[in-house]
Design a protein around this ligand. Structure first.
Ligand SMILES: N[C@@H](CCC(=O)N[C@@H](CS)C(=O)NCC(=O)O)C(=O)O
Length: 206
């Protein structure tokens, strides 16, 4: 890496996935903090970086990109030297990719639904039916995770990988969405294991 990657970041947001990965890999980075202005997230200048004004985005040299999982894949392919993801020949490669994407494609939308119902929508726009649906759905999608974690500490038998970062961020999101009733004891233990890692401790307060 010639110059450190710039990470556009908002506290407690999906940009934590990117910072966590960079920290685990011991790569240097700059943090560009985005202001949360309701309705004008990040302001006009940030639209040039992310046309939808969402986080995260990164700048690596002249290259700008967004989508947290895609950014993770980019960093892993370009700078990780085989760390934190199994090789394509490894039998764990398929399950690894599945869980890497499960975090954003399956877990995050359900938890985000709860977040909107409980925090973001005005009281008169909330729907008890949607909230009840999301609670039931979260039990289902967490049960898959619970099964996967039944006989090892991390998602893969071989140990900590980027898939844990993808899924692990959703456990923070679930707490922010007040989904404690859906977080089982095993998932709580997994959260404790993840948040004990020095890389998480280094970035969680940024
Ligand atoms: N799939 C995208 C989701 C990005 C996203 O929705 N980020 C949230 C913060 S965690 C955001 O920017 N929300 C502001 C908005 O949607 O206006 C990713 O993984 O990067």
């Amino acid at each position: 890496m010639v110059k450190p990657i710039t990470v556009y970041h908002l506290p407690r947001s999906r940009s934590l996935r990117v910072l966590w990965l960079l920290e685990e890999l011991n790569l240097s980075y700059n943090v560009e903090s985005i202001d949360f202005i309701p309705g004008k997230f990040g302001g006009k200048n940030y639209t040039k970086i992310h046309p939808l004004n969402k986080v995260p985005a990164i700048k690596d040299g002249d290259m700008v990109m967004f989508e947290s999982i895609a950014i993770m894949q980019y960093v892993l392919d370009k700078y990780a030297d085989g760390k934190l993801s199994p090789s394509i020949e490894d039998p764990e490669y398929g399950p690894y990719l599945q869980w890497l994407h499960y975090g954003e494609s399956t877990l995050a939308p359900v938890i985000a639904t709860l977040m909107y119902q409980r925090h973001f929508f005005a009281a008169d726009k909330r729907s008890k039916d949607i909230e009840t649906w999301a609670e039931a759905e979260l039990i289902k999608v967490f049960s898959m995770l619970e099964t996967q974690l039944s006989d090892h500490d991390y998602i893969l038998k071989s140990g900590f990988s980027a898939a844990d970062i993808s899924v692990g961020y959703c456990l923070l999101l679930a707490r922010l969405a007040k989904a404690h009733a859906q977080i089982t004891d095993r998932i709580e233990d997994y959260w404790d294991t993840l948040t004990d890692r020095s890389a998480w401790l280094a970035i969680s307060k940024i």
